[in-house]
Design a binder for this molecule. Structure first.
Ligand code: G3I
Length: 387
């Protein structure tokens, strides 16, 4: 007998399966591209249905999706079509964060996320929430409060209100985002933040417990970056997150999944470190989502686009070869779908070596044409060897 939570999860995944099969059926008459790189793609629509990332992911036990900036989906119908053809799950890149969702104490801007939820439903897509708690999205109005008890109550009330609003609708929530920073030298490697200072180190447990109470169906996720690489810094952060999650499990804190953001750097080494990290969570019975995948090649000084694309695609392939074999990995989301909208081109020049050069991190270029990343992703889904 499925629990309500399992029923909803099954229901939504079934809906995705139906849509994916339907999508595939749309092209039933077309030769299913045996090769990865069909000779000619005149439009992104040639890659819908059985040729899509959504269909290839689904065939190998994965859900592929993307982060989106909601106003773009509302204004650009071609892009909305591309999303619905290629994605089985969406996440708002900004509109569920405190700053966008709650600009004042008494205002909840549910309009844009509600639009995205309806769009996802109409296209048989799942939706995930990002995020209920993040040090980088704390509205000014709450920072002006100097009463810690009041801040803690606001913290609980916010999570309760938002999770109840979407109860039974979202597949998962990034409940807490980026809570670990060993450079802050706090116990457990916790990041010094507004929430740490005002709610205390237990804010993490409190956030997950509050979210579960308000929405028993959503899979509750801890999401972080800087854990993907085979290097000492990422290894330290992996260890700290593992210790934090083991502690949460030992205290009975409800956590269901780990989000590995997967903001990768072209040419860096990704392999055993992230594979072992994922297996450790698999052993704990947690799911793993690759939540914000993209590849930044800002450090590569070159204007040879083909050469850049090849290195970027190779980085996708090597990382996914390490991550995808583990059955705990259930979702792969890129942090947007087209280079036209990548956050990387919006970074301040202080964070970029080549601020005037456009980044090429995603499966579709600025003209919505498939890039080498598209084929690297799709081939990686197809070559998923179950561990
Ligand atoms: O919406 C306002 C607009 O009204 C205003 O005119 C404009 C200029 O100030 O700012 C707009 O808000 C911007 C928002 O994106 C929406 O575009 C914020 O300034 C800007 O800081 C924000 O950047 C986002 C960033 O998170 C910070 O929230 C990026 O788009 C988003 O891609 C990025 O995503 C994060 C994940 O949440 C967590 N993991 C890392 C990832 C990349 O930094």
């Amino acid at each position: 007998m499925l629990s309500r939570r399992e029923f909803i999860a099954k229901g939504t995944e079934t809906a995705v399966s139906i849509a994916t099969a339907a999508g595939a059926g749309l092209l039933a008459g077309c030769a299913n591209s045996a090769t990865s790189h069909p000779p000619m793609v005149s439009s992104f629509r040639d890659l819908a249905g059985s040729r899509s990332l959504r269909a290839h992911a689904h065939r190998h036990g994965l859900i592929y999706g993307s982060a989106v900036v909601i106003p773009i989906v509302q204004k650009n119908t071609d892009f909305a079509d591309l999303l619905s053809e290629q994605c089985g799950i969406l996440v708002p890149s900004n509109e569920l964060k405190w700053v966008a969702l709650r600009p004042s104490r008494d205002t909840f801007n549910f309009g844009p996320p509600d639009f995205l939820y309806d769009f996802a439903q109409r296209n048989h897509m799942l939706m995930r929430g990002h995020n209920l708690c993040w040090h980088e999205s704390v509205p000014t109005w709450i920072r002006k409060i100097d009463n810690k008890d009041e801040i803690k109550q606001l913290f609980v009330d916010h999570i309760t209100t938002v999770c109840k609003h979407y109860a039974g609708k979202l597949q998962s929530w990034d409940v807490v985002n980026e809570a670990i920073d060993p450079n802050d030298k706090l116990p457990g490697g916790l990041r010094k933040s507004f929430w740490y200072d005002n709610v205390g180190p237990d804010y993490i447990d409190l956030a997950f417990q509050t979210a579960r109470t308000a929405d028993p169906n959503a899979k509750l996720t801890y999401n972080d970056y800087g854990v993907e690489g085979d290097n000492d810094g990422d290894a330290v952060k992996r260890r700290l997150i593992l210790e934090m999650v083991k502690g949460m499990k030992s205290r009975g804190v409800p956590i269901d999944a780990i989000g590995i953001q997967s903001h990768l750097n072209a040419g860096e080494k990704y392999g055993q470190g992230v594979a072992d990290f994922i297996e450790a969570f698999h052993q704990m019975g947690l799911e793993v989502y690759l939540t914000e995948l993209d590849v930044n090649d800002d450090a590569t000084v070159s204007n040879d686009l083909a050469g850049r694309d090849a290195i970027i695609a190779k980085t996708y392939t090597e990382f996914l070869q390490a991550a995808l074999p583990n059955p705990a990995v259930k979702q792969v989301l890129t942090w947007d779908l087209s280079d036209r909208f990548t956050w990387l081109n919006g970074l301040g020049s202080h964070r970029r070596k080549q601020p005037n050069r456009l980044e090429r991190p995603l499966p579709f270029d600025a003209d919505f044409k498939p890039t080498d990343c598209f084929y690297a992703l799709r081939d990686s889904f197809d070559h998923r060897k179950r561990a």
